[in-house]
Every structure is written in structure tokens, then in C-alpha cells.
Design a protein around this ligand. Sequence first.
Ligand code: PSU
Ligand code: MN
Length: 347
Amino acid sequence: MFRLRQGALRSRTWRQSTPTLRGVRNLSSKSPYLKVSEEVQQAIHEHRPVVALESTIYTHGWSYPDNIALASHLESIVRAGGGVPATIGILDGIARVGLDAEEIIRLAGAAGKPDTLKISRRDLGFACGLGSPGRRYNGGTTVAGTMILAHLAGIQVFATGGLGGVHRGAESTMDISADLTELGRTPVAVVSSGCKSFLDIGRTLEYLETQGVPVATFADGRDGNIDFPAFWTRESGIQSPMILKNEKTAAAVIHAHSSLGLQSGLLFANPIPEAFSIAKAEMDKVIDEALQEAAQAGATGAANTPFILAKIKDLTGKNSVKSNKALIENNVRRGTSVAAELMKLQA
Ligand code: PSU
Ligand code: MN
């Protein structure tokens, strides 16, 4: 009864465009391919801050067992901030929103295996629809894949490390990450550290503009022109289209965007903490080498990003892993706080 009234009185916000709890239950029970954990369903019902976390970083980025440590640490950061984490991925051919600790260990343990998939929008049907009893697919969801499933579950905020983008040379290869079109069509706010400069950051921002995606960078007390960050470095040479003072202002933007019924996602860039940033010149050299090796190896299409990321990791060693960890943690902290501020506005 209470649930019905609440639904009827709800203003035109994202919550209206996302499935209601009843919708989620229906979706979960009607579709054998989607399972939203009880904890996440409950948290959404109670309007607690929920933060989506992706899993391609565990299956195609970090290696075992570091990926498990990272996954559990990120979840604990969300909880410490008063939120509920929803790690998202595909396990045994079922799209899962809110994997538990054992399930994360299973998925992370499948990292690097040839039948562990990297799942973006186009891959969801294959990952869930193919396979045979006892041999269903496992896979990490990319930013795009994670956004889709988060939205189906009614989650509005998602924190990650880096975002896919327009690849250098895309004017001939047309390699543009499906993360960008997803941001154009799925109303989830993504907190990331921008994108790595093996991508064409200028064109990535142009593409996001075309897709109607609000893009802003957290200023943290800085004035004047602020760059859209390039993952390891706070500077990219490309100015951020907008800047945001803090999590509260980010939440205000999400609230206004959704209240207007806009169906696109939002991208909030959170620059790497200064202490962990790596000099641009140093990274440029490494990236050039990684790009050359990718070209020589013929790593194109969906294999391109994981190949380059692995090369960069090889070439930079421990230093870049430490920075990578620091920035993801920082994004998850920030994402949790944005989700908490948003819940206050939507109360
Ligand atoms: N960029 C990074 N780290 C990552 C990825 C991208 O710096 O882990 C992953 C994310 O899951 C992202 C995906 O969504 O790669 C993009 O792949 P593609 O370029 O094939 O769309
Ligand atoms: Mn691509």
C-alpha cells in the first residue's frame, strides 16, 4: 500500500524512468538473465545510496589475486561512506547486480581465461544467451555494460577508474568505445578519472558533446581553467567543459538533469590525487610504446583497450598500479558521497 502511494506521488525524476522496486522484482523474476541482490533491492527501496562498480577491471585489467583485494576494498569504501556497493558482472550466464564476496572471488578468479568475456552492450545477449548447462559464460562488464545493468536495477551512480573513448586514428578505424554512446542513452552518473591518453581525449569530449552528455571535472578549490583529467595526470591539455565544486553540486546537477526527464548519462571526472599523479612526459613515452606494440600485434577492436592497458602496466610496473589503485579508491569515495547527496535531494 505504502509502496503504491509513494510511486503515485513520485515526481518526474530518474526513479520514474528506472524500474520501480516492483519493476525490478518483476524483471528479476521474469527474466532468467537478470538477478539483483536482495541487499541492493532493499537499499534502493529504502532510498539509501547505492554505488555501482564495474568488473572488466577485475577480469581484463587487474590480475588475480590483486583483483580480489581491490574489489573487496572498493566495496568497503562504499560501506564506510554509508552506501551499499553493487558490483556488477555476468556469472554463469546471468547478469548480476550486487555480487557477494564469494561470487566476486569466482569472477575475479576467472580473469585472463579465454572464455571469460569482456561485456559491453552488444555482448550481453551473447554472454547470457549462449553456453550450455554447466558451461555458461562469466564475464566482466565494461562501463557501458555496467551502466545498462545498473539502470535496470534502479542505480543512479557508478564509480570506476578510467573510461573508454575515441581511439587515436578513429577517423579511419572508427574505433569509438561503446561507453560513449551508452553515456548518451542511459541515465547513470559515472565518476571516473577521465580517460587515458592513449585515447584521443579532445575527440572523446567532442563525441560526448554530440551525444548530449554533461561532462564536468571536480575543481577541489582550484580556480580558472581546469583540464579534463587524463587518468594518471591531472592535466590533459584539454579544458573540461564544466567544473564542479563538490559532491553536493554534482548531485544537484544529476537531480536537475533527471527532473527534466533527460535520458542521457552524466560524466564526472575526478582528477587523480596529486601525490599519486605520474608525470605526463613519462606516461607519454610509455603510451607511445604500448600503441606501437598494439599495432604490431594487430590488437584491434575489443582487444585493443585491454592489450594497451596490459602493456602500460608492464612498462610502468608497481608505480602505475599504486596510482591506479589510489585513483579508483578516490573515485569510489567520491561516488558514494555523490550518491548520498543525491538521496538527500530526492528524499
Ligand atoms: N580504460 C581504462 N581502464 C579500463 C577500461 C578502460 O583506463 O579498465 C575498461 C573499462 O571497463 C571500459 C572498457 O569500459 O575498458 C572500454 O573498452 P573499449 O574501449 O573496448 O570499449
Ligand atoms: Mn573499441
